[in-house]
Design a protein around this ligand. Structure first.
Ligand SMILES: Nc1ncnc2c1ncn2[C@@H]1O[C@H](COP(=O)(O)OP(=O)(O)OP(=O)(O)O)[C@@H](O)[C@H]1O
Ligand SMILES: [Mg+2]
Length: 163
């Protein structure tokens, strides 16, 4: 309820939804995004994989700074599904660059299925991972959600009704 007041956007704070598959992380991130858009904040939703592809493409075309500045127009950037794939060191650096630039200025919401202790496995570089987490978590609400997947619950309900 506190997050829905959108105070975190005014304070340039972050939110991380962390938990097992199907517990509603994306659903919550999108709900906050919709609320922010209703209050006329500029909001951008992207999967982590697509974000990295965009940054990589921009870097290869020598326009990384321009692309990162393009994200400045969004007071709220929602990055969905961090940690579902491992990444190379160059990609990890690109992501760090984006987060470092948003730090204390603009809000970022992240959904992930990986606990922070495993993030160095995703980014491959422990030093970079520490620096990244330091910035992300400095002003951040971390919401841990664990429990059964809504997807499986729906499926179980369907099977019960079928029988
Ligand atoms: N509070 C809720 N009540 C009922 N259904 C929900 C709720 N939250 C999410 N769902 C449904 O559960 C399914 C999974 O939700 P969602 O995609 O948000 O999970 P997730 O945690 O992002 O999963 P993943 O880690 O696999 O990306 C969706 O079909 C969604 O509509
Ligand atoms: Mg999700």
């Amino acid at each position: 309820m506190d997050l829905m007041t959108l105070r975190f956007i005014e304070n340039a704070e972050n939110i991380i939804f962390c938990g097992t598959p199907g517990v509603g992380k994306t659903n919550l991130a999108v709900s906050i995004g919709i609320e922010a858009a209703k209050h006329r904040y500029c909001v951008y939703f992207i999967t982590f994989q697509d974000l990295i592809s965009q940054l990589k493409k921009a870097a290869s075309e020598n326009r990384l700074e321009t692309r990162i500045k393009w994200f400045y127009r969004y007071k709220l950037l929602i990055i969905d599904e961090l940690g579902y794939q491992k990444m190379d060191v160059d990609s990890a650096n690109l992501f760090f660059n984006l987060i470092a630039k948003r730090y204390k200025k603009l809000s970022t919401v992240i959904t992930t299925n990986r606990p922070f202790s495993k993030w160095s496995d995703i980014f491959q570089e422990p030093v970079l991972t520490n620096a990244l987490l330091d910035r992300l978590l400095h002003h951040c609400s971390v919401i841990n959600i664990n429990g059964p997947s809504y997807r499986l619950k729906d499926q179980m309900q369907y099977m019960i009704e079928e029988n």
